[in-house]
Design a protein around this ligand. Sequence first.
Ligand code: NAG
Ligand code: NAG
Ligand code: NAG
Ligand code: NAG
Ligand code: ZN
Length: 466
Amino acid sequence: MRFTTTLLALGILVLQGAAQLTSYETFLQAATEWPPGPGAVLVPQQPDAELTAMMAQIDPARIQAIITKLVSFGTRNTMSSQTDPTRGIGAARDWIASQMQTFAATSGGRMTVSVPGYLQTPTGSIIKNTMISNVVATLKGSSDPNRIYVVSGHYDSRNTNNSDFTNDAPGADDDGSGVAVAMELARVMATHKPAATIMFAAVAGEEQGLFGSAFMAATLKNASANVQGMLNNDIVGSSTGDDGTTDPFNIRMFAQGIPSTETSAQISDRISIGAENDSPIRQLGRFVVEVASNAVTQMNVQMIYRPDRFLRGGDHESFIKNGYPAVRFTEPAENFAHQHQDVRVVNGVQFGDLLQFCDFDFNARVARVNGVALWSLAQAPGTPKGLTLDTSVLTNNSTLKWTGDPAAAGYEVVWRASEDAFWTHVIPVGKVTSTTVLLSKDNAQFGVRAVGANGFKSPAAFPFSG
Ligand SMILES: *[C@@H]1O[C@H](CO)[C@@H](O)[C@H](O)[C@H]1NC(C)=O
Ligand SMILES: *[C@@H]1O[C@H](CO)[C@@H](O)[C@H](O)[C@H]1NC(C)=O
Ligand SMILES: *[C@@H]1O[C@H](CO)[C@@H](O)[C@H](O)[C@H]1NC(C)=O
Ligand SMILES: *[C@@H]1O[C@H](CO)[C@@H](O)[C@H](O)[C@H]1NC(C)=O
Ligand SMILES: [Zn+2]
């Protein structure tokens, strides 16, 4: 009912012959004629057999073992020992790297592991010269290796005093849980062949200022790397909030609106065409919601239109600041007594980021959300480039043009009413690089996505005037 009302409000009765249409069904029937009309209701793309089988291998017991090991290093404060073999961030770094190496050994040479780093001089809560090292396992794409997707967690931890590099800081949830996501995905994907490249990262220095991720993103940017999506996992290990309520089948995904890198001229342009809710970050978010809220993940992805929670930030911001689309996953209801707190009991209440507060089944489902999204991104063609909407003539039709990609078997126009949150309709238009849709650009948001021969579909690109 709401649908019909929306369609009428869109003024799509300009469609030829629309005057005789009396129902939504006949309306859709007419839409299959050329030129393309409003199309069909968008049905979310589903994981294929290979992806479904891969996700079934994600193992809560492995997640538990990873977090248990990370907690065993006592503290992983960024300034803690880099040389002690059993305590401190150096031991954690070396253990993560050695685990990633064992995964790489199963990859037939496709996965390589590196530990890039730099020396950070004192600033803010970094109170001494400190090596910031990331551990990165890179699974090289088989047909489009220069297109990259990144999944990360941060392996450093903290207690109440962010500069305390001596006392315990177990960091089970923050962010052993996110590191476990990156490591478990590296393990199950190592034996598979994605079309594009996937980087599985454990970064350091998050707590003192996103240092590791800033270094990683700047390194990629300086190499002009084509990073088309980054998924940050930070505090994804508990489904129970501080009031005791549990929400084990929901994961929050924070997705910023206007990219931090846009100039005031670009922002003015964005405002003038109503594209505030259509940045590449929001398209990445819509893609994740579409592909990863299903029976394979058993999760609902809740997109939140905000860079992060209030008073908090994360490693996705480093990527956004370098011009890359990135989102952050965080559990639905946090317990602040379990984050950034010395391990202690006050009035019978246990404080501290302890293993006992983790829900490994939930953490595994979050890993599946990431896995389905990453694999679907990497197997699809890239997001269409050079997409424009012809705004040179007053017409109720909408003409879109884009740059052809040899990896695409075809394209789809997606659209939604301007006030809708997600793409609602899809119009397959074939292997073309322009099309005219019989819908008014005044009333709808349009996107174009590429479809691979394997059926995987890219995130949508959003057109600017051209
Ligand atoms: C566009 O559609 C509106 C109704 O939505 C109609 O009044 C107008 O005449 C149409 N313009 C053209 C050029 O077809
Ligand atoms: C935090 O820890 C650092 C390093 O041990 C110490 O120098 C500083 O005084 C501590 N700050 C507070 C408020 O205790
Ligand atoms: C990136 O390039 C800038 C400009 O040349 C340089 O200042 C910066 O150190 C580089 N960063 C990294 C991580 O390579
Ligand atoms: C809209 O497209 C239809 C079909 O191609 C065409 O007949 C009509 O002239 C177009 N209208 C405008 C205003 O461009
Ligand atoms: Zn964190």
